[in-house]
Design a protein around this ligand. Structure first.
Ligand code: ACO
Length: 399
């Protein structure tokens, strides 16, 4: 790691699908109540994607906003990382779809799946790659379509989750600050506590679907609760110590938004007022890898983060996995307001991205067509030569 390079958050953006579902609506679907959900979790509403929105499309919308805030040309972006456990496909990876959608034509792209701690993992990986000198900029996205892996007859899970995407732009600079420390962890022995069993080991079959098996989230809620209340306190203390700071130096903690009781317990364990732990869980529910960046963007919009602040982001979830990242905030949100023409220029760049992507697809289509035509011509020529040889042989036999 080059000591003189730092990774700063220079842009941010979020997107949630427009359809907002209340607890009362869910109580018509499964035997639950607004009172139970509010009291046990703190959730009041969540946003659910319609047929138009997918993990990649929500990520592209959030990514565009982040690039606009950073005023960064997508063509200059070095890296796109998408943290998700609900990818559009097993292949191609979602980050490549995002890279294409944004016109980030020179960026490397990959997905990262550590469930709800995915964004914190991705941020740490991107910061390390920037600090090493390998890249100068990265777009880090957390995006999820949790509603697509819900069993809408299971009240123990379907009331908890929501859909959405949040993104940040990281840029390298010699100016001190930005990502100061991170800690990541995993305990695979708890893998069965939180699962979406779909995969090559457990393919979906018509027989399985008939038995009610499907690509659904299953969660041992109490186990996750116990794990979460232990790990948030531990990993937060670790990143703070790594950055040679004290808990009192932290202006805001942005944890994964799973349950308000987990956040309240973390505040108590850390000995800080609950106000220093940001929460927007009431409006979005648990959006898995999207929850930390969604909360970060809203905290910025609510004027809760300023230049010079120390912010800790904490994730925990399936795997089991966990992580925390400590950031010294360097770019004041007020400095990120761009003029009308600068925003217009960004809009034109995104428009151009669509045209370029179409042109690449068309070019590839023409190339495939040419190859097919050449192969067909070769086969025809060979068949004609074979026919001529046969005729000659038959003639010789007759003679
Ligand atoms: N409405 C009404 N009753 C319900 C509901 C519901 N939606 N869900 C469960 N219940 C019932 C149960 O059936 C049970 O009834 P019983 O006593 O008759 O058997 C009772 O409520 C208590 O159930 P518990 O599961 O013990 O409830 P608990 O208080 O533990 O709350 C919850 C459940 C909210 C899931 C909690 O355990 C929790 O928040 N866990 C952590 C989840 C989390 O952090 N996830 C993050 C990771 S997600 C990821 O990585 C993708």
């Amino acid at each position: 790691m080059q000591a003189s390079r730092y990774a700063h958050i220079t842009g941010w953006g979020a997107y949630v699908p427009p359809r907002c579902v209340t607890n009362a609506e869910l109580s018509q679907l499964v035997p639950t109540s607004d009172a139970w959900i509010r009291e046990r979790t703190g959730i009041e509403t969540r946003h659910i994607a319609d047929d138009e929105d997918h993990t990649s499309t929500m990520a592209i919308k959030a990514g565009r906003k982040a690039l606009q805030t950073a005023n960064l040309d997508p063509g200059r972006l070095g890296l796109v990382i998408c943290a998700t456990s609900t990818p559009d496909y097993l292949m191609p990876n979602t980050a490549s779809l995002i890279q294409d959608g944004l016109g980030a034509t020179h960026a490397a792209a990959f997905d990262l799946n550590t469930a709800c701690s995915g964004f914190v993992y991705a941020l740490s990986v991107a910061a390390s790659m920037l600090r090493s000198g390998a890249y100068d900029s990265a777009l880090v996205i957390g995006a999820e379509s949790m509603s697509r892996v819900m069993d809408w007859t299971d009240r123990t899970t379907c009331v908890l989750f929501g859909d959405g995407a949040g993104a940040v732009v990281l840029q390298a600079s010699e100016r001190p600050g930005g990502v100061l420390s991170f800690r990541l962890g995993s305990d695979g022995s708890g893998g069965d506590v939180l699962t979406v069993g779909m995969g090559t080991r457990n393919p979906i079959t018509p027989e399985g679907l008939a038995r009610g098996e499907g690509p659904f989230m299953k969660m041992a809620g109490r186990e996750v609760y116990r794990f979460a209340t232990r790990i948030v306190d531990k990993v937060t203390r670790e990143v703070v110590e790594d950055a040679e700071l004290e808990i009192d130096d932290i202006d805001l903690i942005i944890p994964h938004q799973a349950n308000i009781r987990i956040l309240a317990k973390a505040a108590k364990q850390l000995g800080i007022p609950i106000e220093r732990i940001y929460s927007n869980l009431d409006r979005y529910g648990n959006t898995s890898a999207a929850s930390v960046p969604l909360a970060l963007v809203e905290a910025i919009q609510e004027d809760r983060i300023h230049a010079g602040d120390h912010v800790v982001m904490v994730g925990f979830g399936g795997g089991l996995t966990w992580g925390a990242t400590l950031v010294e905030w360097t770019y004041d949100p007020a400095d990120r307001e761009w003029s009308l023409w600068q925003r217009g220029l960004q809009g034109a760049r995104f428009g151009l991205a669509g045209v370029k992507s179409f042109a690449h697809r068309a070019e590839r289509g023409v190339r495939f067509w040419e190859i097919r035509m050449r192969r067909r011509a070769r086969r025809r020529k060979k068949a004609e030569e074979n026919g001529a040889d046969k005729a000659a042989t038959n003639g010789q036999l007759k003679d």
